[in-house]
Write a protein that binds this ligand. Structure first.
Ligand code: PLP
Length: 370
């Protein structure tokens, strides 16, 4: 095989493909003399709300803060229980812990990796307040089913959209499918800033106002502090960069979908577990995740041919040292643990070339398990 190395992703390619607009945005902010809570933020919030089909968007400092402030806005505190997926990035759990609330993990549907709506009812108690699904890898969770359970039990729903910019559920964009939605604009996300940034979207003006107040020192009017708030704001540079990049998000998402479809078509018949996309979902393909029982060997094989992959994620949250005090034994959440043992994420970014993709597939085809 010819020598062609393939990185996991090429973040700077999204700058190169949109250089003029981003350069203009950076210069505009630098020259304005206004660096926080200005018109760049207001403009990005308006366009991202419209993009998500939500009435309101509030920019905050990062995705973890977006989740945390959204939970606080929903009134979550000590003594409350929040239902979360057993397989997710740890930020989903940390946001609940930060509120002093109790984490109640629920296992996923193994084929889609997303929280299993049929397992929700048995996890609900008198203390349950919020269901917090994650659209993992950019594939929407089954929101109608989740919302129906929430309605039946009088619960609120916050969805973690950190991987799902541009994804749709039954033709509707994620971001207005729950009571409130949390976003990350971490550089590696499908819509990524030049540093940390996050946001919430919601149709509820009271929730939006409360998130904004909590993220701005618990203040609605300058030097009047109603609550013990936080400092979590999206700065003007990030807002300006994100507004410029938002213009390309649909093109980027379509490029990811083309790559995902080529991956799917070219790997049929291999002994590699492919992502299953339910009819209701049109994923944003933040990650293209495949499965193999000998995942470590497969990853080493790819690496030996210069193909970079990552594991999302190597250790489920309940087995992380950070949660040792909860003392969940191994196999507490066997579906999640099996997933974590078997998944590997293949290279995927909008500007990935056909040659790079062909290379990944041909190296995969050459893999022989023991
Ligand atoms: C990235 C991510 C977050 C956290 O976002 P940050 O901006 O890094 O704080 C939360 N949840 C999920 C599922 C993520 O992928």
């Amino acid at each position: 095989m010819t020598k062609l190395t393939v990185p996991f992703l090429d973040l700077a390619s999204s700058y190169r493909s949109n250089k003029d607009a981003i350069d203009a945005a950076l210069r505009r902010v630098a020259e304005s003399g206004w660096y926080l809570m200005g018109q760049e933020l207001a403009a990005f919030e308006a366009s991202f709300a419209a993009y998500s089909g939500a009435k309101h968007c509030v920019g905050v400092g990062n995705g973890l803060d977006a989740l945390h402030l959204a939970l606080l806005a929903l009134g979550v505190g000590e003594g409350d229980e929040v239902i979360v997926p057993s397989n997710t990035f740890i930020a989903t759990w940390l946001a609940v812990s930060r509120c002093g609330a109790t984490i109640v993990p629920v296992e996923p549907i193994e084929a889609t990796y997303n929280i299993d709506p049929d397992r929700l009812k048995s996890a609900i108690t008198k203390r349950t307040k919020v269901i917090l699904p994650v659209h993992l890898y950019g594939q929407p969770a089954d929101m109608d089913a989740i919302n129906a359970v929430a309605r039946e039990y009088g619960l609120r729903v916050l969805d973690d959209c950190a991987q799902a910019h541009g994804a749709t559920y039954k033709g509707r964009p994620v971001g207005a499918l729950a009571d409130i939605s949390a976003w990350s604009f971490y550089p590696g996300k499908n819509l990524g800033a030049f540093g940390d940034a996050g946001g919430v979207t919601t149709n509820d003006p009271a929730l939006a106002e409360r998130v904004r107040m909590l993220g701005n020192y618990g203040s609605r009017a300058k030097y009047k502090h109603e609550e013990l708030g936080f400092n979590s704001r999206m700065d003007e540079i990030q807002a300006a960069v994100l507004a410029a990049k938002l213009m390309n998000l649909d093109d980027d998402t379509n490029a990811r979908r083309r790559i995902a479809n080529r991956y799917l078509a070219s790997m049929q018949g291999l002994e590699i577990g492919l992502p299953l996309v339910p009819e209701f979902a049109n994923p944003s393909w933040h990650l293209f995740v495949v499965r193999h029982p000998e995942r470590d060997l497969l990853q080493a094989h790819l690496a030996s041919y210069g193909i970079s992959t990552l594991i999302h994620y190597p250790t489920p949250p309940h087995l992380q040292t950070a949660y040792r005090q909860l003392a969940w034994p191994r196999r507490s959440f066997p579906i999640s643990e099996t997933i974590h043992e078997q998944v590997v994420s293949l290279p995927m970014w909008p500007a990935m070339s056909q040659d790079q993709l062909d290379r990944v597939v041909s190296v995969l085809r050459a893999f022989r398990s023991r």
